[in-house]
Design a protein around this ligand. Structure first.
Ligand code: SF4
Length: 410
């Protein structure tokens, strides 16, 4: 086992809840209740308590176990950055493509006004190779928008297979590190995550990976092996899409039952889903979209309180995952996309539906859909998906869902 596990900092739960209670967030010290969204008040103040931190892979850099996902209009919500830092959320994630640059720009305005905070932040940005163009020039533009000379971690955005990490990227990463523009290098992925992680474990020049990982996927044998291999290789791991939302929204009885059970224990089912991932100590951080203080406070409370999930709670989550397996797309699109007459990124379209149905975020669903090529969008209504449906282990009605996406997002 890698020695970097030993460097982790355990949360100071008591202090956090003492202060949270003092400012009216509804938490009690060592008691049965944690803060809940409906208790939020207009004067929410985030307490200055140590957010738990873990080492990011072999780099040993200590990052907050909760990271601020920047897929929202940061330019108009810079207060969130102040509160995040105040609360010890030192890992900030953005990308060239988020909000067409407005996410990076918002962070940049923060650093322009608060240059002394740059060194406190573990800053991540991403570029997609699919967009083409001069990669170095695009990184320069990101740095300019971010008002900084370097990022702590650079991800190649949204790879679908490890073959995307070709040797030219290795040379590029080495050159950028030498020039001081990036400190660590890796990739993010929503697709074929197990394969990507397994492959990365063989590439010593990969420092970090951000990947879809949640209470649904963490028990799958291939995923378990892949996470272990990359962790042992010293790669820093960031989980995303931890709510495990799917492209189909069913009003399941078991979901209501599960929410009721967790509510009795004093936390929400969403907090439980985060806690389940944090209990995997190989995961350095969870990247979470937190576009408002209510969500940030709720997730922060869960980060501090992560050890409260009992074995039976985890069993309940696993049962729920099993019962609703047919509502979730696991991103394994090597199984479904490859059998099509013409290849389309099925799991990307499923993700748009997930943003719409599970996150109720039509804007994000639409902008993610618009990022697909025109040809891909046209193929969604033309292709026969029956072979793909037969290949899907979750038996998702792919054809119907592809057509639904074109109706909803065009
Ligand atoms: S549609 Fe099915 S096979 Fe395709 S990525 Fe989703 S879960 Fe995997």
């Amino acid at each position: 086992m890698s020695s970097h596990r030993d460097k982790s900092i355990e949360p100071n739960r008591r202090d956090f809840f003492k202060k949270a209670a003092a400012i009216g967030l509804g938490a009690t010290v060592g008691g049965s209740s944690v803060w809940r969204p409906h208790q939020a008040s207009a004067q929410i103040t985030i307490p200055k308590e140590p957010m738990p931190r873990r080492p990011f892979g072999r780099s040993g850099i200590m990052v907050s176990t909760l990271s601020l996902g920047g897929m929202f209009d940061i330019l108009n919500n810079r207060l969130m950055l102040a509160k995040a830092l105040d609360w010890g959320i030192n890992y900030w994630d953005t990308a060239e493509g988020y909000g067409r640059g407005r996410s990076e720009e918002g962070i940049g305005r923060w650093f322009a006004r608060n240059p002394h905070t740059r060194k406190q932040v573990f800053l991540v940005t991403k570029l997609s190779t699919r967009r083409g163009g001069d990669f170095t020039g695009r990184l320069e533009k990101s740095l300019k928008r971010l008002h900084t000379d370097y990022v702590d971690l650079f991800f190649v955005h949204g790879i679908r297979g490890i073959s995307a990490m070709e040797s030219s990227l290795k040379s590029w990463a080495q050159a950028m590190k030498k020039a001081g523009k990036i400190k660590l290098f890796g990739f993010s992925t929503h697709s074929n995550m197990d394969k990507c992680l397994e492959g990365a474990a063989q590439l010593p020049w990969i420092d970090g990976i951000m990947f879809t990982y949640n209470y649904r996927l963490m028990h799958e044998p291939r995923m378990k092996e892949a996470v272990e291999a990359s962790y042992r290789a010293g790669i820093g791991l960031t989980a995303m899409k931890t709510m495990g939302g799917g492209p189909v929204k069913s009003d399941s009885e078991s979901e209501i039952e599960m929410a009721g059970r967790f509510m009795q224990k004093g936390f929400s089912d969403n907090q439980a889903k985060l806690m389940a991932v944090w209990q995997d100590k190989r995961i350095a951080s969870i990247c979470s979209q937190m576009p408002n203080l209510t969500i940030m406070a709720t997730n922060g409370a869960a980060a501090v309180e992560q050890t409260r999930l009992s074995k039976s709670d985890r069993v309940l989550l696993a049962q729920y995952a099993e019962e609703t397996s047919g509502d979730y797309c696991a991103g394994c699109d090597r199984l479904c996309s490859e059998v099509l007459a013409k290849r389309v990124p099925i799991s990307d379209v499923m993700r748009c539906l997930m943003y719409f149905h599970s996150h109720q975020d039509l804007g994000l669903a639409r902008s993610t859909f618009e990022a697909l090529s025109t040809q891909t969008r046209e193929l969604l209504t033309q292709l026969d998906f029956s072979e793909a449906e037969r290949s899907c282990p979750r038996k998702l009605p792919i054809g119907r869902l592809m057509r639904e996406a074109t109706t909803l997002f065009v």
